[in-house]
Design a protein. Structure first.
Length: 540
């Protein structure tokens, strides 16, 4: 969006203008971003007066917008981007805030902020109810007939309590009676025990009676051959009773891959702890508990396959999985949010993609997913250690501020893939910060320093192509060799096969302007000749 479009945009729920000439409180920015996300997403514009006629005054607030963007993402758990616009020497900072997940409001410090005219207020209950209704019926919030507190595992409840206390810094939670703790997180209501409580805290006997399909099965297989697994463990327990055990089993056979960059040696595990936990969280939070079948986690030497019953939640596809959130089991997601796990389940798939790029591994693969189940394959082998050198050159601090699309864009350019259309908007940002170079019309490569760091400068030269002067010399040499017969345009295309017709015509036009070549004839009969320089006596 241009400055002109911003100045004429209507201020309301989706655009917020603030002068912020010299500073702006981060907490205030956070609340406005929360309210905008809850009302469908939009922009916060710093450096423009909020009353008409609007005037660009410029803003010096947030001199490191990458860090500010990272802070907003960490607190809101939604997509946040930014752009810097200049108008008559004045800087305008624009934060682009994505809409909230389907069926879930965005919170800041436990409050879902909402716009009421020029004021920020807690979201009205009627609005909250409409949001919760977006994803349809929430099975996990239903009361399980016949279930009681005795059906819940105290060890699982205590594990949840410890994580909740750690997340909030409130040690008083550890001293609450278990019944009060479960009521506070809405796992248990005045009407009884919810299915969410059984999924997260249920004991083996109660799950067998009320929700037998709430089971996670781990298998280790040394090969793809059919037959019994080398190791198998079944967990018909509440999630908090076994989530750490799953990682322990995987980590038993977690080979370390060594990578050296100069004098430094780095170790990269085949299976990343955070990626594994994210995959498990997504399976527990988004599977369809009304479908028969268990969650399967199958570990092979070089990959991990996670299968969960039921297809993607409504409105989610492989194409939009990084941009849209739609929790199938909202009550489970809310309980996970209280102990901090929503930081991963809210944008867990984004985190998986980012870590895969950071560790130079293949991107997540959803092959085999259909309406009956989701199949996620995580390949653990490092594909190209040169990508690790590139990311190391960029630096960990800068990478922390990158959006998921930035990582995917770097990955595409490194592997010389066509940049997908939805990533095009991030190119300018990476050019501005020196990660990417613009080397031709709609042609971009990683910056020269990264090819030097990986000792692949020759690859960059090939990707960029020969410079204009060299291309002109190649055309002149071919025209000279053809002599008095002249050269048809089709032969000049063979000289520079990587160039389009218009690019070659532009080079020939420059050579004509310089008096070096001429053309006789038109259309396909045209021939190009070398111009001979005149002598001092006027003879050629």
């Amino acid at each position: 969006m241009t400055i002109h479009e911003l100045l004429n945009a209507p201020e309301g729920e989706n655009v917020e203008f603030k002068e912020a000439k010299h500073s702006f409180e981060f907490n205030k920015l956070l609340r406005y971003a929360c309210a905008i996300a809850n009302s469908g997403g939009g922009r916060i514009v710093l450096g423009v007066t909020d009353r008409r006629p609007r005037e660009v005054v410029g803003s010096d607030a947030f001199d490191q917008p990458e860090r500010t963007r990272a802070g907003l993402r960490e607190q809101l758990h939604i997509r946040v981007d930014f752009e810097i616009l200049c108008h008559e020497g004045k800087q305008v900072l624009v934060f682009q805030i994505a809409r909230r997940p389907s069926g879930l409001p965005v919170h800041v410090d436990g409050v879902a902020w909402w716009r009421d005219g020029d004021s920020l207020i807690p979201m009205p209950e009627a609005v909250r109810s409409r949001i919760y209704a977006e994803t349809g019926h929430d099975f996990s919030a239903d009361i399980c007939p016949g279930a009681t507190f005795a059906d819940l595992d105290p060890a699982a409840v205590q594990a949840f309590c410890a994580k909740w206390a750690q997340k909030t810094g409130n040690d008083r939670l550890k001293h609450l009676p278990e019944e009060q703790l479960l009521r506070d997180c809405e796992a248990v209501t005045g009407d009884g025990v919810t299915y969410a409580a059984l999924v997260l805290f249920g004991n083996h006997a109660s799950l067998g009676r009320f929700l037998a399909q709430s089971e996670t099965v781990f298998e280790y297989r040394a090969s793809d051959a059919s037959g019994p697994a080398q190791q198998r463990e079944e967990f018909r327990l509440g999630f908090f009773a076994y989530c750490d055990r799953i990682w322990e089993l995987i980590n038993l056979r977690n080979d370390i891959q060594h990578y050296q960059d100069g004098l430094f040696i780095f170790d990269i595990p085949t299976f990343n702890d955070r990626v594994v936990r994210e995959a498990l969280l997504n399976a527990i939070c988004h599977r369809n508990y009304q479908f028969a079948g268990s969650v399967f986690i199958r570990q092979y030497r070089d990959r991990l396959v996670v299968e969960s019953p039921g297809g993607f939640p409504p409105d989610i596809t492989v194409e939009n999985i990084l941009d849209r959130q739609s929790p199938r089991n909202r009550r489970i997601a809310e309980i996970l949010a209280r102990c901090g796990l929503v930081e991963r389940s809210g944008q867990g798939m984004n985190l998986i993609y980012e870590i895969c790029v950071k560790e130079a591994k293949a991107l997540p693969d959803f092959a085999g997913t259909d309406a009956h189940g989701v199949r996620l394959t995580l390949n653990g082998l490092v594909l190209d250690k040169n990508l690790l050198s590139v990311l190391n050159k960029i630096g960990a601090v800068r990478l922390e501020s990158f959006a998921t699309d930035d990582f995917l864009l770097i990955n595409s350019l490194f592997y010389k893939q066509t940049v997908p259309a939805h990533l095009q908007s991030r190119i300018k940002h990476l050019v501005d910060v020196g990660i990417v170079e613009h080397v031709g019309r709609k042609k971009f490569v990683l910056a020269r320093a990264f090819y030097a760091a990986t000792k692949t400068r020759g690859t960059r030269t090939r990707l960029v192509g020969l410079d204009r002067a060299t291309n002109k010399e190649l055309l002149i040499r071919h025209i000279r060799e053809c002599g008095s017969e002249g050269t048809p345009f089709c032969e000049l295309q063979q000289v520079l096969p990587g160039h389009s017709r218009s690019q070659i015509r532009t080079l020939l036009h420059h050579l004509q302007s310089d008096g070096l070549v001429r053309v006789d004839g038109t259309t396909s009969a045209a021939r190009w000749f070398l111009c001979h320089p005149k002598t001092e006596g006027g003879q050629t």
